[in-house]
Design a protein around this ligand. Structure first.
Ligand SMILES: *Cc1c(COP(=O)(O)O)cnc(C)c1O
Length: 433
């Protein structure tokens, strides 16, 4: 008989990366030739530390979620308190103060007039709920519409509805035949805006338009002007098309204002939030809507109910983490940090934009993207990403280029010294690679 306790002891002595490889399937990773996954044992501020004590600057906010730095003591304190008070309760038939308080504080912060919060678990499910709200809204009103409008290179998540409204790419390739049809439009600019408005005006059968405001994240940090988005939203309003702002990445200060849609005159009907919501501490998603949408579900007819929910909907610990994260976000020093990072970024881009290996540079708030000149060599392009990733990792910086696009999306507390260190590493990469 094998002795399981003995077995565990043996395993514990093995390298953590090897043990990981035996039992874990990582996200977005070709496991056949994946490099060993680096065991991280601790996080503090803008840094994470591996098991050998090596320090890494987290220049991507741990997959875009961490806005105030790792292991934030204030969030930790609030979460610890909640853990021993109420860790979870079924959210149908019951409620709790952290969920109510978070909704009370979040709604007035959102651009326009948002009236109701629907809780989910992550960004993808926040998007699923938004789509269901829109489709069922029209159905409940007795005017069913099923067409959906989205941007060509959009990314809205990995569940089937969210994949359907995302641009078709290698991420969706294996499932394309099962995804529902969506009308994809180009990002608006001065040349195509009239044509896009015209298209929307003739889309009266369209239920909703979902968009990432100002910047398409996973699509390659593609940026576009608020002015043109505003015109698209106005056209949607006039054509009776509901609008969904997917602020999963842009929310909570990322673009320089608390929410990207603050830069618009016309406001969306629905917001999807996640990532920075809990300060990157725990998974939580939120879909908010106007009373106009909410009221279309009030009925004696049971079929008009929004039949959606998740086991961990409105988890109290996650709600408390979000409340603590909001406290920090609203401190004046946080806004000062956001402005500081923005200004440093802008100065750096001005310095490197005319480098021969730099194709284009762009910035929205605390996010900058640098497109590496690759000419027409596609093999170079596919290798470049891995070379750059390893190059920065070696220097103790976590940057995950999207193809030939290097982007920085740091926690707002990152120091000027660390930003300079990252900029210098990018400048050396431009010389050496
Ligand atoms: C990350 C992301 C999502 C998906 O969120 P998950 O929590 O990863 O499911 C949706 N929309 C945008 C814009 C995102 O950046």
């Amino acid at each position: 008989m094998p002795d399981p306790s003995n077995n565990q002891n043996l395993d514990a002595k093995a390298n953590l990366a090897d043990r990981d490889h035996k039992v874990i399937w990582h996200p977005y990773t070709q496991m056949k030739n994946a490099l060993p996954h680096i065991p991280i044992i601790r996080g503090e501020g803008a840094y994470i530390f591996d098991e050998n004590g090596k320090k890494y600057i987290d220049a991507v906010s741990s997959w875009w979620v961490n806005i105030h730095g790792h292991s934030h003591p204030y969030i930790a304190e609030k979460v610890a308190e909640q853990l021993t008070t109420l860790e979870h309760v079924i959210f149908a038939g019951f409620t709790h103060e952290p969920a109510v308080l978070l909704a009370e504080r979040l709604l007035p912060l959102l651009p326009g007039k948002q009236d109701k919060v629907f809780y989910t678990d992550n960004g993808s499910t926040a998007v699923e709920v938004a789509l269901k709200m829109c489709l069922q809204y029209w159905d409940n009103l007795g005017k069913p519409k099923t067409k959906i409008l989205a941007f060509k290179n959009a990314y809205h998540g990995d569940t089937f509805g969210a994949m359907s409204v995302s641009g078709r790419s290698i991420f969706t390739d294996a499932f394309n035949s099962l995804l529902f049809d969506v009308e994809f439009i180009d990002l608006p600019n001065q040349e195509n805006i009239d044509q896009l408005i015209n298209f929307i005006s003739n889309s009266t059968e369209t239920a909703c338009f979902i968009f990432e405001p100002l910047i398409l994240g996973s699509g390659g940090m593609l940026m576009y002007e608020a002015e043109y988005l505003d015109q698209l939203l106005l056209a949607c309003k006039e054509a009776n098309i509901l609008t969904i702002a997917d602020e999963v990445m842009t929310g909570f200060g990322r673009t320089g204002t608390y929410f990207a849609c603050e830069k618009l005159i016309n406001k969306p009907d629905i917001f999807c939030l996640s990532k920075g919501l809990t300060g990157g501490t725990m998974p939580l998603g939120v879909t908010t809507c106007t009373n106009e949408i909410y009221n279309a579900f009030l009925s004696d007819d049971k079929l008009k109910t929004l039949y959606h929910g998740h086991s961990f909907t409105a988890n109290p610990i996650a709600c408390v983490a979000s409340l603590a994260s909001l406290d920090i976000l609203l401190r004046s020093e946080t806004l000062q940090n956001i402005k500081r990072v923005e200004a440093k970024h802008a100065a750096f881009l001005a310095e490197i934009q005319s480098h021969s290996k730099v194709k284009t540079v762009r910035q929205t708030g605390t996010i900058i993207a640098i497109e590496w000149e690759t000419g027409n060599e596609t093999s170079y392009l596919s290798n470049l990403r891995n070379i750059l990733y390893a190059y920065f990792l070696d220097k103790g910086i976590i940057l995950r280029p999207l193809g030939n696009i290097i982007y920085i999306l740091p926690p707002y507390i990152i120091s000027n010294e660390d930003l300079d260190y990252i900029y210098d590493a990018i400048k050396s990469a431009l010389e050496e690679i």
